[in-house]
Design a protein around this ligand. Structure first.
Ligand code: AMP
Length: 272
């Protein structure tokens, strides 16, 4: 991989990277399209990163479809699909971690200890192996994008980190490889995440600004759906991801909700 990157960089070409865990959907494809607009060559990495999964999480059953993914990436005309093995990335004796700081104290960082350390470590390795000048991440993983932006700035990588808006199904459900876990009734229940973002926007538009009461309302709405269990409902500042007391133009409603056994996340700006 690095030999290829060195060669094309010597030819004056700019590489964009789209890191993924595969099982592509239209969200992934949109990231590939955005990457193409900002570089000469696009590399998509496909690696289900074991160190970002907690012990009770879904590493073993994470959906995989390498042939389908290769076909989809070809359709999007990406230049390279980089599919390292776990041993390639973490050879015996691998013993270093990138440790993000305060940006992981809230939201998923609270309930998934070690997750963002795993993400930052693998993305740092991918940056060094692939040498992109641009890297594209989805806003669906709001905190992941913030972690990567901070790491890139703090570690002086000359890489333009670009976020892509959340790509949704026609009924509003945020696309996710994990949606494949949902049974038919759960798929319907899962709509409550997007609906609660819309509901919160309505409440804000009609003058509600106190985040505690907004969170209360949203919590009640989600809990009224059988089969759901809230991990968090938070209203945070988009820049530092810290809880806010009152809604302002930076406010984001961020949600993590179990529907059955499947943990889903979603988020949306409350104003603008
Ligand atoms: P994953 O394969 O789920 O790790 O996702 C790879 C990249 O695609 C990450 O940057 C995600 O944030 C992004 N992504 C996943 N789902 C969506 C979506 N529905 N809309 C936009 N980006 C997404």
């Amino acid at each position: 991989m690095t030999t290829w990157s060195n060669r094309v960089i010597a030819d004056g070409k700019k590489i964009a990277l789209v890191p993924t865990m595969g099982y592509f959907h239209n969200g992934h494809a949109s990231l590939m399209q955005l990457a193409k607009q900002h570089a000469d060559l696009v590399v998509v990495s496909l690696f289900v990163n074991p160190i970002q999964f907690g012990v009770n999480e879904d590493l073993a059953r994470y959906p995989r479809n390498s042939e389908g993914d290769a076909a989809r990436a070809r359709q999007e005309k990406v230049d390279i699909i980089f599919t390292p093995t776990v041993e390639d990335i973490y050879p015996e004796g691998f013993d270093t971690r990138v440790m993000p700081g305060k940006i992981t104290e809230n939201l998923c960082g609270r309930t998934r200890p070690g997750h963002f350390e795993g993400v930052a470590t693998v993305v740092a390795k991918l940056f060094n192996i692939i040498k992109p000048r641009v890297a594209v991440f989805g806003e669906k993983d709001l905190q992941q994008l913030a972690v990567i932006r901070k790491m890139t700035e703090d570690l002086n990588w000359d890489i333009d980190i670009r976020g892509h808006p959340i790509v949704r199904e026609t009924d509003g459900l945020a696309m996710s490889s994990r949606n494949t876990y949902l049974a038919t009734d759960e798929r319907l229940t899962a709509l409550c995440l997007y609906q609660s973002i819309q509901y919160a926007r309505q409440l804000v538009q009609t003058g509600h600004q106190d985040t505690a009461s907004l969170i209360d309302e949203i919590t009640k709405q989600i809990e009224s759906q059988p089969g759901t269990r809230i991990d968090y409902v938070s209203i945070v500042d988009n820049n530092d991801l810290l809880d806010q007391e009152r809604v302002d133009e930076n406010s984001v409603l961020a949600l993590a909700v179990y529907v059955g056994r499947t943990r889903l996340i979603d988020n949306g700006r409350l104003l603008g």
